[in-house]
Design a protein around this ligand. Structure first.
Ligand code: G3H
Ligand code: 13P
Ligand code: ZN
Length: 353
């Protein structure tokens, strides 16, 4: 049994009487844990080994099971990330308990991350609940305000060994490439600027940076040619290195590749997803080698789940036992995650480095 990673609530045991900390956080006895200092070491190992950690969005039991089982079988470290919407949908306590179950049944390192935290208060709640890292997304704010909000979260999070991800730039996707220079839809208006990235990291103190290089959320990422601005990614990485920030960890949001076999399955079984397009896996591979250590994947999980469910509904319309369609859907997600960690992120086999 692995004991060197600390699950996301273990930290509470050493600060048991903090005001507002629910009792269950301090009384839970854990044998396996995911420490945030180890989280940082895991990120450092990933940078060194040129592999990436998949940050998979979860909001229900089947997703958690599929992801963790695939990573367990492939010996891959992983990040489970929870959005504000996921917390609203499933209830934070349900998610915590489900993840607690996953941790107890597996040996691989599991980090728990807040995805797109939009306020200091939400980040604080998650830090207080023991998340190993949080994202504060103030990327819609002007630069100085973004720095100020991030810094406030960093100052709080670091007291509890929680890592913080910030974002600079806007995830508008490459369809906006052709706007006028400086205009609302121009590259310079939305993509992360390397020099600003340095200033942002230095001033805010964030531990990792989500970049905007033509990436965007969802299943419709590109019109026409699919591409990320990988030269810009290299320039950001170099600027951070040259500024003395070392091999600084970058984060790639919107990293779903929207596998066409899943889109075809969905469309075959009654769905309607014309022109769905994602990031080519070859681009993700380059991003990984350049130093995108955390790669965010949500849409692909949704597609796999939907394809699995639609197939059962179409082929066996009389079926009404949820296990009969959620089971196959879970298997589809598991296959997808296995492929990601083995063939794209290359973190398979690195759980116990
Ligand atoms: O980037 C957003 C993630 O895919 C989470 O989406 O807010 O619908 O849970 P959500
Ligand atoms: P996708 O929509 O490409 O899966 O991106 C997910 C994401 O960035 C979550 O933060
Ligand atoms: Zn995102």
């Amino acid at each position: 049994m692995t004991v060197f990673f600390v699950s996301f609530w273990e930290r509470r045991i050493i600060i048991p009487f903090r005001r507002g900390t629910p009792g269950w956080l301090i009384t839970t006895i854990k044998t396996k844990t995911y420490a945030t200092d180890t989280y940082q070491r895991t990120i450092a190992k990933a940078l060194k080994g040129k592999y990436a950690l998949g940050a998979f969005n979860v909001n229900n039991m089947e997703l958690i099971q599929a992801i963790v089982e695939a990573c367990e079988e492939e010996k891959a470290p992983l990040i489970l990330q929870i959005s504000k919407g996921a917390r609203q949908y499933a209830n934070p306590v349900y998610l915590k308990k489900l993840i607690e179950a996953a941790v107890s049944l597996s040996n691989v390192p599991i980090a728990v991350h807040l995805d797109h935290g939009d306020t200091f208060d939400l980040c604080k709640q998650c830090i207080d609940e023991g998340f190993t890292s949080v994202m504060i997304d103030a990327s819609h704010e002007p630069f100085e305000k973004n720095v100020e909000i991030c810094k406030k979260v960093v100052d709080y999070a670091h007291k509890f060994n929680c890592s913080v991800e910030g974002e600079l730039g806007h995830l508008v996707g490459a369809q906006f490439d052709e706007g006028e220079e400086g205009g609302a839809h121009s590259t310079s208006g939305h993509y992360t600027n390397p020099d600003e990235a340095v200033k942002f990291v230095k001033e805010s103190g964030v531990d990792s940076l989500a970049v905007a290089i033509g990436n965007s959320h969802g299943a419709y990422k590109f019109k026409g040619e699919q591409h990320l601005d990988l030269e810009r990614l290299k320039a950001i990485k170099k600027a951070l290195m040259d500024a003395g920030l070392g091999d600084y960890p970058l984060v790639l949001h919107g990293a779903s590749s929207v596998p066409q076999y899943l889109v075809a399955e969905i469309n075959k079984y009654g769905g309607k997803m014309p022109d769905a397009q994602g990031v080519p896996e070859a681009d993700i591979e380059v991003a990984r080698r350049v130093g995108c250590t955390k790669v965010n994947i949500d849409t692909d999980l949704r597609l796999a789940m939907t394809a699995g469910i639609r197939k059962v509904f179409t082929e066996t319309p009389k079926e009404f036992d949820p296990r009969k369609y959620l089971g196959p859907a879970r298997a589809c997600v598991k296959d997808l995650v296995r492929h990601k960690v083995k063939d794209v992120l290359c973190c398979a086999g690195h759980a116990f480095d």
